[in-house]
Each structure stands twice: as C-alpha cells, then as structure tokens.
Design a protein around this ligand. Structure first.
Ligand SMILES: [Zn+2]
Length: 146
C-alpha cells in the first residue's frame, strides 16, 4: 500500500475547493489556471463579467454563461500585511492586495515572491499559478520587476 501523503492541517480547514469536473461545476476555471490562463464567467444574456466565476449570472440570473479570458497583469490598488492569525497552510507575512486588472474585475489576491517593504500601492503585478497540492492549483500575483 502506498504511503499516505503528509497532512499538515485538517481537511475540514482546507480553504481550497476540489477542482475536478466530478466535484466542481467551475472546474474549467482551474483547468485554464493550470495553463496559466486566468478566466471568469461572462453572461451570454446581459454580458456581465462576474468575479469570482459563477454558474448563474448574479445580474440577470441566466445560466447561459461562457468563459472569458482576463488579463494576467494589473496593478495593486491597496494592500495589507497579515502577521498573525494565519489560515492553515499560509506563512507569515501574508501580503493581501486588491488587484485591479485593466478592463477586468477588481479582486483580493495574495502577493507572493516579495517582501512587504517592496510592495506599494500602484505596483504592477502579474499572475502566478501556485500548487496547493499534487492536483490543485491557486492563483496569486507577484510584482513585475523591470
Ligand atoms: Zn446576465
């Protein structure tokens, strides 16, 4: 029998959803993300672009949606640094920012591969796809260093 993978926290505290078609109606979001493509749902009826992606349009309740690609580069609007009370699986310091994508949604994201003192409001950032475990991925952003 294969050795079970190391468990670093209880699965009931797992912040990340299952991402396969059998577990998640939004599995295509994760399939696209694994390829480095950030997508979300766009309503065929009213054109509303939702974030996070939805299976039903929050504006007109249509279930006729399709996937639309989002930019992978944007800017930090504001940010904060969390030094205590980490969610399971996260390390100190945790940099959280409101990221604005041009023509796209504004949303909360982790900022990775940087130190808190390097982050400023207005910093340019780009998408990073991070592994959660062997099967799952998540997104974050990192500073674009020129
Ligand atoms: Zn709609």
């Amino acid at each position: 029998m294969a050795e079970a993978p190391a468990v670093t926290y209880y699965s009931t505290l797992d912040l990340f959803p299952q991402q396969t078609a059998e577990h998640n109606k939004l599995y295509e979001f994760y399939d696209n993300l694994r390829k480095g493509v950030l997508t979300t749902s766009k309503c065929n009826a009213c054109g509303y672009v939702a974030w996070p992606p939805r299976t039903i349009c929050p504006e007109c309740l249509s279930d006729q949606l399709h996937w639309t690609e989002l930019p992978t580069r944007g800017k930090i609007d504001v940010f904060t640094v969390q030094w205590a009370g980490m969610p399971p699986g996260f390390e100190v310091p945790l940099i959280l920012a409101i990221v604005v994508l041009p023509g796209g949604p504004t949303f909360l994201s982790r900022i990775v591969e940087t130190l808190p003192e390097e982050v400023k409001d207005g910093c340019a950032v780009e998408l990073v796809v991070l592994p959660v475990d062997r099967e799952r991925v998540t997104y974050a952003f990192r500073l674009i260093r020129s």
